[in-house]
Design a protein around this ligand. Structure first.
Ligand SMILES: C[S@@+](CC[C@H](N)C(=O)[O-])C[C@H]1O[C@@H](n2cnc3c(N)ncnc32)[C@H](O)[C@@H]1O
Length: 237
């Protein structure tokens, strides 16, 4: 069911500091497939329009990248899924690893390529990754799966499992609790944005279903005094 809750509304990165809404009046009457298509287009076009504003307002994360990188073989290949403008993941890890960033927004890919010019960035959908089976050692998905329509979360988890080598690790933002909603004026830009946040329970269980062992899940306070959740998982060998 479509809902919006201001207490949960900061689970993007910058605060979702404006009025939540249900989106267009015909949204409720759409089929599930049409809603998913609408959500994806809204997210892609939304980030194309507000990528620079998002980048300007982005705050720091709890430092989980250290725990993540300890589990990646030296010089290994990392997929930054939903890389945004290339930070924090690509920017932090590019020096020590072979990094490939993927984002559905062309503008985000452009900004990431500018910020981290020696690495590869590609426009694409994490529900259908343009990567070969078992071709990466690790996947980081920071604040990105939370924008993918819920009906496609299992496909995303399966895609991460497919491209990871056995025992490869995945660090993924799952949010502090399940929440589906939208904001038609995100970051006061007049741009609509949509979220389908799985929360720690569903996030961990969709990963287990896709063949991951969940190593930990953590809900933490972020810099804005809100909560967000992460899961670290390992693809079973
Ligand atoms: C909140 S931003 C996070 C960006 C960056 N990872 C960070 O931590 O700041 C979410 C990003 O996920 C991307 N995204 C959303 N849905 C996607 C999908 N289906 N496939 C690939 N990227 C997607 C968006 O375009 C956006 O750049």
């Amino acid at each position: 069911m479509e809902s919006a809750n201001l207490n949960n509304a900061t689970q993007g990165r910058p605060k979702l500091n404006s009025r939540p809404c249900d989106g267009p009046s015909h949204f409720r009457e759409m089929t599930e497939d049409s809603r998913a298509t609408y959500q994806k287009r809204t997210v892609r076009e939304g980030y194309d329009r507000l990528a620079e504003e998002y980048d300007a307002q982005r705050s720091d994360d709890p430092d989980f990248l250290d725990d993540f990188r300890e589990r990646v073989p030296e010089g290994g290949r990392i997929l930054d899924a939903g890389c945004g403008a290339g930070r924090p993941v690509a920017e932090t890890l590019a020096e020590d690893y072979d990094l490939v960033g993927l984002d559905i927004s062309r503008e985000q890919v452009r900004l990431a390529s500018e910020r981290v010019p020696d690495e590869s960035f590609v426009q694409g959908d994490m529900a259908a990754l343009p990567l070969a089976d078992e071709s990466v050692d690790a996947v980081a998905a920071y604040h990105s799966v939370i924008h993918v329509p819920s009906t496609e979360h299992p496909a995303v988890a399966r895609e991460f499992a497919r491209v990871l080598r056995p025992n490869g690790v995945l660090l993924m933002t799952v949010g502090a609790g399940e929440w589906v909603g939208t904001n038609d004026d995100w970051l006061d830009t007049g741009v609509e944005m949509r979220w389908s946040v799985p929360g720690p329970e569903d996030g961990a269980s969709m990963l287990a279903d896709a063949g991951f062992e969940v190593l930990w899940r953590r809900v933490v306070d972020d810099e804005m005094g809100e909560k967000t959740g992460f899961v670290l998982a390992r693809k079973r060998g």
